[in-house]
Design a protein around this ligand. Structure first.
Ligand SMILES: NC(=O)c1ccc[n+]([C@@H]2O[C@H](COP(=O)([O-])OP(=O)(O)OC[C@H]3O[C@@H](n4cnc5c(N)ncnc54)[C@H](O)[C@@H]3O)[C@@H](O)[C@H]2O)c1
Length: 458
């Protein structure tokens, strides 16, 4: 596809692709493609802020003696995080919602086994969370539903005056991301991407190295989600029921935030710099088709009706206002060891992960990487020093799931400004639609919206 493609061609193509997708898709059809192409006409143009809305930057939580949580989506991840929250003082799970009563019941049992009163249960269909958010005993709504439900749950929570947070991505179209920003500003309630990877041991250590100047001026970062999910995507349960569907809908980076969140922290994005545009390209799709051929032996299985359109490896380059660059990749369809890349290059040195290694200019032993053990003595993050042992015992993703939960509760109990605000959340998810738009236009540069509306340099 050429860059000179005009908007009408793009819309036509979007409708054709959309119709093809809807016909071929055995899972839920989505309007994502058409919405993103519409936004492509002026993706960086901020809609005017409503007169009554105010920025959520730097706004602290009110102090909460006990944080009363509601959890929407009690599948694998929702229950995993409930287990982390239950290990933290000053938390009550007051309500849970799931479309599958048995999954909600398992969450309830976890709470009562931990000595808490049984949470109220909302299992009356896909929109029962709308009743849940109206309760007046909820401080924070956390959602771990499939991606297509994050935005409806978050908007309902904000409109009911509740703080809220979602798993990744927080929204899948630019239109939705703007809606979340506007709803958060209007409600004066926080809306967060609860990005566990920002709380990983290495990520927090590297963040301190960077801010201590050990690596010099940061020039370049690398971020990714490279995880062989083929088996999970084809299971007849859990994520296999919905996640593979996204591979029939869009060609781009489906999961940008695990890699990008930490690098955004190294670069202080939205706090002195911001992502301005990105270009993206995808390889052909092979992995899911080959996996289906190898494992789905029954040709009458509805999976054989699906056509996968997500290129196996998607690579994007992001430019920032200060001229720094980020490589962002996604591949969940090929055999490979797990990696989020998690790299940062500065004028005095470089850190790369998987495995963790560092080189600082003039380092003893010459121009070769060493491990990071020495740096742990001086730069381990205080949160890990304080509660790292408990985090490791809990174990979720090496402990970072606990640190994320602990820090959320700490910021709410102590009345602090949250680490992650709605502007971070929206901009980390934006590469999902932007990569799709860039790929569809022959890797044309796509401008990032400035979700802060000009308030990113402080
Ligand atoms: N941060 C991480 O490390 C991490 C790890 C795994 C998954 N995730 C994310 O967590 C989310 C959930 O993933 P999962 O692995 O738990 O999937 P899952 O399929 O196991 O759980 C999703 C749950 O949501 C329920 N659900 C679906 N629609 C609903 C609705 N309208 N209202 C209420 N409940 C609804 C389902 O019945 C299911 O129990 C996804 O966004 C995923 O990307 C994040």
């Amino acid at each position: 596809m050429t860059e000179s493609l005009n908007r009408r061609d793009l819309l036509k193509q979007a409708l054709v692709t959309g119709a093809g997708i809807a016909a071929a898709n055995a899972l839920t059809p989505m309007p994502a493609v058409a919405e993103n192409i519409t936004a492509a006409t002026a993706p960086d143009a901020a809609p005017p802020r409503a007169a009554f809305a105010k920025s959520m930057k730097g706004v602290p939580f009110a102090r909460h003696e006990v944080v009363r949580l509601a959890v929407v989506g009690t599948g694998l991840r929702g229950r995993g995080q409930i287990s982390e929250f239950l290990a933290i003082e000053g938390v009550r799970i007051v309500a849970v919602a799931d479309t599958v009563p048995e999954k909600a019941a398992r969450a309830v049992k976890m709470c009562t086994d931990a000595g808490q009163p049984a949470p109220a249960v909302y299992t009356n269909g896909e929109r029962d969370f709308e009743r849940l958010v109206e309760r007046d005993d909820i401080d924070y709504v956390y959602t771990a539903t499939p991606w297509e439900w994050h935005v409806p749950v978050l908007l309902a929570a904000l409109r009911a005056g509740k703080h809220c947070g979602a798993e990744c991505p927080i929204g899948t179209t630019l239109k939705d991301l703007w809606e979340l920003v506007d709803a958060s500003e209007k409600a004066q309630r926080h809306c967060q991407q609860l990005e566990n990877c920002n709380y990983g041991y290495n990520e927090m250590l590297v963040n301190r190295l960077v801010h201590d100047g050990v690596l010099g001026e940061v020039l370049y970062g690398s971020a990714a989600y490279l995880h062989d999910l083929r088996e999970i995507l084809f299971e007849n349960r859990d994520e296999g029921l919905w996640r593979r569907g996204w591979h029939t809908r869009m060609n781009g980076n489906l999961y940008p935030t695990h890699g990008l969140g930490p690098v955004a922290g190294y670069m202080d994005l939205n706090r002195g710099d911001r992502m301005t545009y990105m270009v993206s390209m995808s390889t052909p799709e092979r992995g899911l088709t080959l996996h289906r051929e190898a494992t789905v032996t029954d040709r009458n299985d509805p999976k054989w009706q699906e056509r996968y359109v997500t290129g196996d490896l998607n690579s994007s380059l992001i430019m920032t206002a200060k001229g720094r660059n980020i490589l962002l990749q996604h591949d969940v369809s090929n055999p490979r060891p797990y990696s989020r890349l998690n790299g940062v290059q500065g004028t005095k040195g470089v850190f790369e992960d998987y495995p963790a290694r560092i080189y600082v200019d003039g380092q003893a032993g010459g121009e070769r990487f060493t491990g990071i053990d020495e740096w742990k003595k001086t730069h381990e993050h205080p949160l890990w020093t304080r509660v790292g042992e408990l985090a490791r015992t809990k174990g979720g993703h090496g402990g970072m799931d606990f640190i994320l939960a602990y820090r959320l509760i700490e910021t709410m109990r102590e009345g602090l400004v949250p680490d992650i605000d709605v502007y971070d959340s929206a901009s980390w998810s934006a590469p999902m639609p932007l990569s799709q738009m860039s790929v569809a236009r022959g890797s044309a540069p796509m401008r990032f919206p400035d979700f802060t509306r000009g308030n990113w340099s402080a």
